[in-house]
Design a protein around this ligand. Structure first.
Ligand code: F0G
Length: 472
């Protein structure tokens, strides 16, 4: 049954469709990188679910109650109280967004030569770990790297992988385990409570800290309620509190599940870690009682946290994502299974099966989806994966295009229009030429890299070189 929007629209933001000719010009000017498009040239924006939520009337009302005192703002106290109550952590410092918290955590806990196991990498998270001399080690179950494997908790940690890492490098060289709930790049896949508990137990045996990337933890809680035995009658706040009880702290990008346009926090139970975080935050974010945010932003986040735990809100959110995914699946479009929490991921390997990974299939697909329907999506494949410390290209198994659904923003009609564009492109997929990279920035290249289409003769050359490389 269709779950209608559990809200009425009170303010509107006009959007406009463009012509195919205009879009071809726009994407060319943007170097075939959807990050470089102007938002005004986009009709339906599925680039990200980050910072793109619509705030409620209650949150906007809270904005007017911003206490902009340099220290001790009442909005900070409200946020601290809310995080304590719903996330269960004793201490919290606000940050300007998730990566601000990742920066603090990585600096506080990682020393050069350390290993940080995690259930699949995330771009900014891994970049901060590496910046501090750490090495990220992927300990997610193998199936998470297979777009077609349909499992209820595809974000789970493979405990054998984790155990063998501990054995290999020693518990002293693992400052913490980084557990993402849900796993963005696996397709928004959740982790089960049983797996979280098992990770906690194993970590405890070795005296290793567990830190969550809680960015989409409410979505994870919803999947546990829906899929895990024993949780159907528990409330979302109860499930979230139990999840968090197995962690020593978390980083949070409030721009996702806290329903705000900017903000985040680092939370923990350990008092001495909190004290050190308070010392460090002054350097990078601001006073521990505002951390790079205005008082009004903290108030909006405190209220957003409460709203995010409302069952009607989260059930509709997941239903919208599922609606889009099921529509695409019914038309034969290859997507990541099962459909995740915040986005539908197109499997670019199968969608553009005539392209090799060196022709950036996901980047190509995202660019052409924009040309087709003015729909903006994001590459999550070889471009996002980047290079290792020696400059060698990572070749991720997953080559995906993410259609991330902003929270409380679009209606089912928008999802229909976007689905139709994807389906049309799927029918004409053989016509789509691959891309070559013409500008490559050093760090987090996907944000600003530029591309150009590969012409036919050139393609033969590129493929020949690759074959020679593969044989050498
Ligand atoms: N962790 C996860 C799992 C994320 O998805 C993000 C951001 C961050 C951390 C960093 O948070 O952006 O507030 O600094 N993801 C966005 C996205 C950018 O589009 O998936 P941030």
């Amino acid at each position: 049954m269709l779950i209608a929007e559990p809200y009425r629209v009170k303010v509107v933001e006009p959007i406009k469709q463009t012509t195919r000719e205009q879009r071809k010009r726009c994407i060319e000017e943007a170097g075939y990188n959807t990050f470089l498009l102007r938002s005004q040239d986009v009709y339906i924006d599925f680039l990200t679910d980050s910072g793109t939520s619509a705030m409620s009337d209650n949150q906007w009302a809270g904005m007017m109650l911003g206490d902009e005192a340099y220290a001790g703002s009442r909005n900070f106290l409200a946020l601290e109280e809310t995080v304590r109550r719903y996330y269960g952590f004793r201490y919290m410092v606000p940050t300007h967004q998730g990566r601000g918290a990742e920066n603090l955590l990585s600096r506080l806990l990682i020393k050069p030569g350390d290993y940080i196991p995690g259930n699949m990498y995330f771009t900014t998270t891994r970049a901060h770990q590496e910046l501090n001399g750490g090495v990220f080690v992927d300990v997610i179950i193998d199936e998470a790297h297979d777009a077609t494997a349909d499992l209820p908790f595809k974000g789970n940690v493979d405990l054998a992988k984790l155990e063998s890492l501990i054995e290999r490098v020693g518990e002293k060289n693992i400052p913490y385990i980084s557990l993402a709930v849900t796993v963005n790049l696996a397709g928004g896949q959740p982790v089960s409570m049983a797996n979280i508990r098992a990770v906690r137990n194993l970590a405890q045996q070795h005296g290793i800290t567990v830190m969550f990337d809680a960015t989409r933890c409410v979505e994870n809680a919803y999947f546990i309620k829906e899929r895990e035995a024993g949780y159907a009658s528990k409330t979302i706040p109860e499930i979230l509190l139990e999840m968090m009880s197995y962690a020593d702290g978390c980083t949070m990008s409030g721009k996702k599940d806290c329903l705000v346009n900017i903000g985040g926090f680092l939370a923990m139970n350990d008092e001495s870690l909190y004290q050190r975080a308070c010392e460090l935050i002054v350097l990078f974010e601001g006073m521990p009682s505002y951390g790079g945010l205005a008082g009004r932003d903290m108030e909006a986040m405190a209220r957003g946290i409460v709203e995010s735990l409302d069952y009607d809100y989260i059930a509709h959110r997941i239903a919208q994502v599922r609606y889009l995914g099921e529509k695409l699946r019914a038309a034969g479009v290859p997507i990541v299974e099962p459909i995740g929490g915040h986005a539908v991921f197109l499997d670019a390997r199968r969608f553009l099966s005539h392209l090799s990974q060196d022709e950036f299939p996901a980047q190509t697909l995202a660019a052409h989806l924009y040309i087709e329907g003015g729909v903006r999506a994001m590459e999550r494949g070889i471009v996002s994966a980047g290079r290792d410390e020696r400059g060698k290209q990572h070749y991720p198994k997953l080559e995906l295009v993410r259609l991330a659904i902003p929270r409380r923003v679009y209606t089912y009609a928008h999802l229909d229009v976007a689905a139709e564009a994807v389906i049309r492109l799927f029918r004409d997929r053989d016509e789509v030429p691959g891309l070559k990279m013409v500008y490559e920035p050093k760090l987090l290249r996907f944000f600003t890299a530029r591309f150009a289409p590969i012409e036919n003769e050139e393609r033969a050359k590129v493929l020949m070189q690759e074959r020679q490389l593969a044989q050498s």
